[in-house]
Write a protein that binds this ligand. Structure first.
Ligand code: AMP
Ligand code: GLY
Length: 428
């Protein structure tokens, strides 16, 4: 089969790496890809949001399966466009992707289907939002309803901050049209967990558990980022909690979407908060794999991911099972100086060759380009250094040993990725 992966981040590198192991994949392309992906796939210079450009390439090359990594092309209807011309796509269509594309839709959907989520109000008028906030006595979170590249959520410590957040999103339009509607919701406390499942419109096949580290600095300090590292599995998730997540969240979501005429095929990612009493709450749904959660998940996933993707498209998920290597995996993200604000680019990355032959260590590239056999930084998140170990402690040690061999000027990474998982008890 000829397979095209759309996207160019660490998630897409991990997907290309995994797909390249499928005996059924004869040619693998990635649009636009990155420096590291060029080692496992043929790069195609088409942007992930150039829907017409992707359709043209899929037609010209007679691509058998297109796998869409990021949310933006899904929400804009890439799946509908390609399927409309008779091509197979792994990724939900526009109507189903609204679960991520509109937070207002997602919250009202959860309310309709009794899926646990923080109490909320939706506003289209900034003055109404502000006067509601002035009357509220709860800690709040203000969210742009539309897509904002993961930056549209502001967790507030006071009513003044929440009012500023309304101005920033709705009046200054920091995220453009995405801020024409907002969700204001109660702030929840607890541990975040990523729960990601394959879906075929009817059934789900969950991946193993994973946990992201969203803040820039050690100890969960500093601004939110796209994710500074992840590990899998998460030891404090009991079998009982997982059953509840499936029963109270994942199945009602997939069945609810079907019932509302938006059958969901692809990967559904629930960003959860587990409260002090162990109850799961949905912070958000995403219509795609997590980045960086995919990196540690895929190095643990056994079997052929292509078969799972085809089963999703063909509605055969109930026949399948996925095996998970019990060895934990950790991914440490190395980022450019300045990220998540404006960051430096074009720095030469040194030391990657010293990792060759290190067992159970993988470097997934995100913002890199390859020039004359050298890798240069080109994005905020640059590398996802991933390792697997007999236990989490060993996986962490191996990942950081690999990180210590990689250098560029201004490289930044957290030193505590995975530490929350070292304790089987609930971390505080
Ligand atoms: P979202 O854009 O909804 O994924 O939110 C991004 C991040 O903001 C989440 O990963 C959480 O860290 C935080 N967050 C979102 N909603 C809430 C909430 N209701 N309470 C506390 N933190 C939240
Ligand atoms: N790691 C967070 C996300 O993919 O949205």
């Amino acid at each position: 089969m000829k397979v095209l992966v759309v996207g160019g981040g660490g998630r897409e590198h991990a997907l290309c790496w995994k797909l390249s192991q499928s005996p059924r994949v004869q040619r693998l392309y990635c649009a636009p890809g990155n420096g590291g992906i060029s080692e496992v796939a043929e790069l195609v210079p088409i942007g992930a949001e150039d829907l017409e450009g992707i359709l043209k390439f899929v037609k010209e090359e007679a691509i058998d399966l297109t796998v869409v990594g990021p949310e933006a092309p899904l929400v804009r209807g890439l799946t509908d466009l390609l399927e409309g011309e008779g091509f197979r796509v792994f990724g939900p269509n526009k109507a189903a992707s609204e679960i991520e594309g509109s937070k207002a839709f997602a919250k009202e959907f959860m309310r309709r289907h009794g899926i646990p989520t923080a109490p909320f109000v939706i506003f289209e008028d900034p003055e109404e939002a502000k006067s509601w906030i002035e009357r509220s006595d709860k800690p709040l979170v203000v969210k742009a309803s539309g897509l904002a590249a993961g930056k549209g959520t502001i967790v507030c410590d006071s009513a003044e901050e929440a009012i500023q957040a309304v101005d920033y999103i709705m009046v200054q339009r920091a995220f453009g049209e995405a801020g024409s509607k907002i969700v204001v919701e109660e702030r929840l406390e607890g541990q975040e967990l990523s729960y990601i499942a394959f879906c075929d419109g009817e059934d789900i096949l969950p991946m193993s558990t994973s946990q992201d580290h969203k803040r820039l600095l050690d100890g969960d300090k500093g601004p939110n980022t796209g994710g500074m590292g992840a590990y899998s599995p998460v030891p404090f998730v009991s079998a009982e909690l997982e059953k509840r997540i499936i029963r109270e969240i994942m199945l009602p979501a997939v069945r609810g979407l079907k019932q509302e005429g938006r059958p969901y095929k692809g990967v559904l990612y629930a960003g959860l908060m587990i409260d002090r009493d162990g109850n799961p709450w949905v912070l958000e749904f995403n219509c795609r794999f997590g980045d960086p959660e995919t990196q540690p998940l895929l190095v643990r996933m056994q079997g052929d991911i292509l078969e799972v993707m085809l089963a999703c498209i063909e509605g055969r998920l109930a026949e399948l099972q996925i095996g998970w290597d019990p060895s934990p995996a950790v991914c440490v993200v190395m980022a450019s100086r300045g990220y998540p604000g404006p960051y430096e680019k074009g720095k030469e990355i040194r030391g990657l060759e010293t990792l060759e032959g290190m067992p159970d260590v993988w470097v997934f590239h995100a913002g890199t380009v390859k020039r004359d056999n050298r890798y240069l930084t080109s994005g905020g998140r640059v590398l996802g250094v991933t390792a697997k170990g007999r236990d989490l402690r060993e996986a962490i040690r191996k990942a950081y040993e690999a990180v210590s061999r990689i250098h560029w000027e201004g490289a930044h990474y957290r030193k505590d990725i995975g530490h929350k998982g070292l304790n089987e008890a609930w971390p505080s």
